[in-house]
Design a protein around this ligand. Sequence first.
Ligand code: NAD
Length: 519
Amino acid sequence: MTVTAADIRSITAARFETPQKFLDFCANDGQPLGGIIGNEFVSGTMNATFETADPGSLEVLARVCEMGQAEVDAAVQAGLRAFHGNGVSGWKNFPVDERCELVMKLVELAERDRDVLLACEVRDGGKLSELAEGDFDQIRACASYFCDVARRIPLGDSAAQEVAPGIQGYSTREPWGVVAGIIPWNYPIVLTSWFMFPALLAGNCVLIKPAEDTPLSALYLGRLAIEAGFPPGVINVLPGRGELTGQFIAEHPQIRYISFTGSPGVGQHILRTCDRHGTRVKREMGGNGAAIVLDDADPELVARMIGRHANQHYGQTCCTVHRVFVDQKIADDFIDAERTFLNELKIGYQADEGTQLGAVINATQRRRILQAQQEAARRGGQPILPGGPAEVAGRDGYYVRPALFRTSPGIDCNPTEVFHTFTVVCPVSSAEQALELANRSPYGLGASVWTKDVQRGVELARQLRDGTCQVNCHNMIAYGLPYGGQGISGGPGAGVNCEDTFRDYTQVKAMYVADYPGS
Ligand code: NAD
């Protein structure tokens, strides 16, 4: 692997100017933004609204209508009508090329309005432009990949075989019907795309439930879907709180499949709710990523590369590095270099030039992070950078300093995911000890091994209990390879972004057909 300058510096903001079109969309002629059901904007029978704000400045961006039980049901019924159509013209019967055409039309419209969608990520999500631009590119990448998959994986009947005298048997693969995607706030555009495109291309009608902190990109994509010409009911967007709108989705017996991305606790709750009425659930959940650094690694280079990953979206990335197990021979140098890297991060407003560490998404997250920093010290972690609140001149956002702790094998000072630039380094005496400690966590999303001996790295990485195992890289995701979690980080299901993801959005039935007895 060639190391570039970008690999060893933190993701950095360019100055971001908010486009007028975004402000007009948010203002919505003075009305709160409605949900989208059957291609209509809906204010909801609860007459309830909520505000969505810029986490770096606390400026309220828009007022959004909250969808209640009646709206969830209306969206399901709209989805079912669109799915079945009049028996021949439903979304489930659309030829795959026509589904692909509509999906790619939506991609083109998103690219036309790239600046608006970037503003959704930067202003509503608190994201740096460099990261937001990479996220935006996932819209086309994901749609193109799944169009290709949809053309390759046939739905319908397999070849029939005689399974008993006079009885033909075959399998048939078909979409579920109405499926829902429950999306978290940290990667709204990416995770909406990862859910929506495979689900739609497999022939399902979708309900998108964006996170209450970042509803704007899904609402904007919903508008673009209407403009692209998706039939009413194929794409519905239901903004609202998790315990309300999300809960009504989980409780609805006619939703056949739910794709949930979020925290393990909520995922477990949704699984239990859905199990009561048989809705299938696929869950992509949090991580507490480990990196193992062997004694032959260059401590300074690897500390910078790991630091970059630890600070991706200020550590609010599910698979990022929070635990580092480094050989004791190079541990002091590694910790020194990591401290320098994290200490030099420029804390600032996410839309200002040069910012590397912006505000976290909301007050609750900020409080949790500050508590976790104190808890790490209470559990015996030695603070190298203690964290704590940060101030940014002229901005009232939720700013927190990065934290770095040194620990030892007997002390686990971050047993749960801390969603920030929060790294705990544990010097170890051997790679085997590092592996044992890395695998002790109940999470299992992504982990990495860092060494000049790539073959040794692969041998160790194979033994990690994680859905994504990496050597000399981290936070890797590629279309065609599954991205999913083990342990409490995910499952069941294939994970996202691979052929089996597409199959997850279909059901397979066995068919047995015999002639009428005696005929
Ligand atoms: P969260 O679990 O609080 O919320 C996720 C979504 O679930 C939101 O839309 C929320 O409104 C909804 N929700 C909350 N309670 C609900 C309920 N009772 N019924 C139905 N829906 C409900 O997570 P978050 O704080 O928004 O996101 C951060 C978490 O997501 C972290 O743990 C992160 O690691 C994880 N994550 C995982 C992946 C992955 O691919 N594995 C990707 C991104 C984020």
